[in-house]
Design a protein around this ligand. Sequence first.
Ligand code: ZN
Ligand code: ZN
Length: 356
Amino acid sequence: MFERRLQEVRRHLETLRLDALLVSHIPHVRYLTGFTGSNGLCIIARKNQHFLTDHRYRDQSKTEIKGFEIHVSRIGLLEEAGKRRLLKGQSRVGFESQNLSVFAHNKLQKLLPGSALVPTLSVIENIAAVKDEFEIESIKRAVRITEKVFQKLLHILKPGLTELEVAAEIGYLHRRYGAEADAFDAIVASGIRGSLPHARASGKKIKRGELVTLDFGCRLDGYNSDLTRTVAVGRPTARARKVYQIVLDAQCRAIEAARAGIRASALDRVARGYINGKGFGEYFSHSLGHGLGIEIHEELRLSALSKEILRAGNVVTIEPGIYIPGFGGVRIEDDVVIRENGCDVLTVAPKELTII
Ligand code: ZN
Ligand code: ZN
């Protein structure tokens, strides 16, 4: 698995005429090596590969990483690379321009006076965007945990609980069910707060008759899940039911249309066109979805502005929403794997409006 990933990086080295690529973004380091710590750096050269970390991870890195020359440092990772002359003689060294700080770049330049530092864009992102079956299985297991949490929440949610209390349950239950972490701070948005697409959970109490949007996910073996359901606590209003049904129909249409070869922008248009047609277009204020995997938001975006064409093996979220100021909001989000002739929906949690 890691060998194939390294081969792909080396293919990019050739195309970009690089002698080596410095990988500093920690999810990418994990993707290439299996290292689960918080401080590490890879140097992938044409013929060899190095991994650097600090002393806290001396033993862990040796257990987790195979096939890399491991260097444990007490002086800083870039400094160690300089001291050990790991990049000596490499005339063109690529770095991850979206992830290396200006500070680190300056340091690197001083350490490598004879080399050209070449900014690269999306090298690992592009490789990681297409998942193999093993990765898809990992995402699916993360989705299962999150769905189990959702099922449990249906028994916990009641009027009088604060959004923060619900978020605390989510974090607790994820770990209870075996996740390594939350994928992100859970969004719990009740009543009129539902009109804020990314509302952080607050001290607001959930009231009877309100819709509650729950958007949460977990990480398992380095892969993330992402689930949104909007539920009603007590009887919803007719307007809430109507908005819910429009979002659900838009979401199902987009899932129906998802397959390899479709433009990301065209898929966004499927859901957006439907919501526009129902007169709620101005309230669908974000893109349809995003790539999902080693990061909760990967680079692939299902947006009107995207130039991407979906490929088999992409894992994306499909999550249209309607957010009406002063009223509230509805979002429904599933995770899907793009296949040649359609998509596999990883999420199985029910989507009809649940009334608690
Ligand atoms: Zn989400
Ligand atoms: Zn999402």
